[in-house]
Ligand binder design. Structure first.
Ligand code: MN
Length: 203
């Protein structure tokens, strides 16, 4: 494991003898760039947005979850990179472990990078360094363009997640409220909390 291992922070926070979360390394490369949003009932409820970039999941915690209204600016706090196989983790992180609580796969799908400069695609890594990501989501629930904009000083972790004003924008919808179920299992967060176990097939 090198000093530059992008999953070092992820692994250091977790005891894989206790949590059923994946240790990473088993995820197969994806056929096309993908994203996942995991509803996470931890000490405080939030939604973890993860987008696949360079073989890992770049991650943000969004306290209020995504909006389909372009007027809403949702705080998105950058968190540690996660392994690809985290994308289908659903279950209960035990008491006393990092992120203890229930995880539900709220949405997943593919995405397209929308950033261009002089007719050329701006690579996702560059877009992250720029603090300006624009992607088109083809999720089960979320569709259309979303922007992630870094705010404040370079070292700060605060970004804003904003729906772009396109034909998929819908100021009246509230998918976080009307579509609470898992896209993986159809279960609610209460059902997962009750049933325990995870559905990722890794434990
Ligand atoms: Mn989380």
């Amino acid at each position: 494991m090198t000093k530059n291992d992008p999953l070092k922070a992820y692994r250091e926070k977790r005891d894989f003898r206790r949590t059923t979360e994946p240790a990473g390394g088993k995820g197969k490369p994806w056929a096309q760039p993908g994203f996942v949003i995991q509803k996470h009932a931890a000490s405080t409820l939030h939604y973890d947005l993860r987008i696949e970039v360079g073989g890992r999941l770049k991650s943000w915690a969004v306290p209020k979850g995504p909006s389909t209204n372009p007027k809403d600016k949702r705080l998105a706090v950058a968190t540690e990179d996660h392994p690809l196989d985290y994308a289908d983790f659903e279950g209960v992180i035990p008491e006393g472990e990092y992120g203890a609580g229930t995880v539900l796969v709220w949405d997943s799908g593919s995405y397209r990078n929308l950033r261009e400069k002089a007719g050329q695609e701006v690579p996702m890594e560059q877009a992250i360094d720029d603090g300006h990501i624009a992607i088109w989501l083809e999720g089960n629930k979320l569709k259309g363009g979303y922007a992630l904009i870094h705010t404040g000083k370079a070292a700060e972790k605060r970004w804003l997640l904003v729906k772009m004003d396109d034909e998929k924008a819908d100021a009246g919808a509230n998918l976080v409220a009307t579509r609470p179920e898992s896209v993986l299992s159809g279960r609610t967060i209460e059902e997962i909390a009750r049933q325990g176990g995870n559905r990722s097939g890794t434990g």
